[in-house]
Design a protein around this ligand. Structure first.
Ligand code: AMP
Length: 397
């Protein structure tokens, strides 16, 4: 995957259409509660401006209907953009049409223009060619820094490349380099940790990881489906009966490939789902009928640490338990620590998924990880080994 980046093109005096992922969360007063996604584009936007380009920022916020609900307007992020980029940011009340065209035409090198929400037009998600052409008409070149939408073929990241050359911004380049190159040629031992609630969401990732890793740790709620499929008692723990066959097929595949599978050997169980539940630690074959497993146990945490010690590549997606409650966060925090420790000892570590990132932040270890991926669905599909249309559309070197 050798894609052109903003370093490979002449940007001086160019108008740049820059697709960014500014789908940030707001509180009820429309204050931005987390601007990580905006901060993540600073290197790209700063570079474009320094090179003498005029930057036209295009993004979506939320899932607006055609009615142009005000809460999804990009005007709510304008002030924060001006603060982050330390300059006035202009705004166009639409992303195509006469007003957007006039604003883009007036834009001078070193200036920034923010377009209104791309998804106010249903043509964006339909990857409508005419709409893509109108977006392309605003600029001389397209830059794609919106990794988070790469698993979707929309007009502003894919359709537009029929009309303008599209190159990767620095954030996109970082994701491609870390995830893409790591999966292509991992240093070994390579350990994947896959947790979270549902087998159905992650079966594709588990399957692709088994093709690539030396060890796979399967934890969280989905581990109980693997346990139950093998005849273990799981009480009232989370379980997807219709996934037994697939779970057994993955275990079989791992065995044939010589991939070590680490499932919990002990569990923290609760008499109800809640922060104030009564808890016990039991071996994995001793879960009583009326109890449910909400975290792994201490023997399992030790196994995780052992599996991760000496790893040279680590990929982690999904928590090991209901980490939102302190009583059931121990397994996830143990993984966070073990991944940070492996990184300190020379491993390349990649963490994706909101919950694993939240857990890392809880331990204060986030800055010790090699790469924290910014895309939710896009990261998962990348880990599944799928071709992401948003990346495929970027020009090759
Ligand atoms: P996912 O979005 O699939 O990564 O799942 C994340 C969610 O899985 C988190 O909200 C966790 O609370 C939940 N989870 C993890 N382990 C368990 C478990 N043993 N039982 C129920 N939910 C769990």
């Amino acid at each position: 995957m050798n894609k052109k980046t903003i370093k490979d093109v002449d940007l001086k005096g160019k108008k740049v259409f820059c697709r960014v992922d500014y789908n940030v969360p707001f509180d009820e007063n429309m204050n931005i509660t987390n601007d990580t996604r905006i901060q993540a584009t600073v290197p790209t936007v700063t570079y474009l401006l320094e090179q003498g380009a005029a930057v036209i920022l295009a993004c979506h916020i939320g899932r607006p209907s055609e009615a142009r609900e005000d809460k999804f307007s990009t005007k709510h992020i304008l002030k924060r953009l001006s603060e982050v980029f330390k300059q006035d940011v202009k705004w166009a009340p639409d992303c195509v049409g006469p007003e957007a065209e006039a604003a883009a035409a007036d834009l001078k090198p070193g200036e920034i223009l923010l377009l209104e929400n791309l998804r106010y037009h249903k043509e964006e998600k339909k990857n409508d060619p005419e709409f893509a052409k109108q977006l392309a008409a605003l600029a001389d070149i397209a830059v794609n820094d919106a990794f988070g939408v790469s698993h979707r073929a929309h007009a502003a990241n894919v359709g537009i490349t029929q009309y303008l050359e599209s190159v990767a911004g620095f954030l996109m380049e970082k994701e491609i380099n870390f995830i893409g190159k790591t999966l292509e040629a991992p240093q070994r031992p390579f350990v994947a940790i896959i947790g979270g609630a549902k087998v159905s969401d992650k079966i594709g990732v588990i399957s692709n990881m088994i093709d690539k890793v030396d060890t796979i740790i399967i934890g969280g709620g989905m581990a109980h489906t693997f346990d139950a499929a093998q005849g273990l008692p799981i009480g009232k723990s989370l379980c997807e009966k219709d996934k037994f066959e697939e779970a057994l097929a993955q275990l079989d595949k791992a065995k044939k490939k010589g991939v070590k599978v680490v499932l919990p050997v002990d569990l923290t169980i609760a008499d109800k789902f809640g922060a104030d539940a009564n808890t016990q630690i039991v071996d994995v074959d001793k879960v009583p009928e009326d109890w449910e497993a909400l975290d792994s146990g201490p023997k399992t945490s030790a196994l995780y640490s052992e599996a991760l010690a000496g790893a040279k590549t680590v990929i982690w997606n999904g928590p090991m338990g209901v980490f939102e409650f302190d009583a059931f966060a121990k397994g996830t925090l143990a993984v966070a620590k073990a991944v940070a420790e492996a990184t300190k000892n020379g491993a390349t570590s990649i963490v994706g998924g909101g919950d694993s990132i939240a857990a890392l932040k809880k331990t204060g270890l986030a800055d010790q990880i090699s790469h924290i991926s910014t895309g939710g669905g896009a990261t998962l599909e990348f880990l599944e080994g799928k071709v992401l249309p948003g990346i495929a559309a970027i020009a090759d070197k």
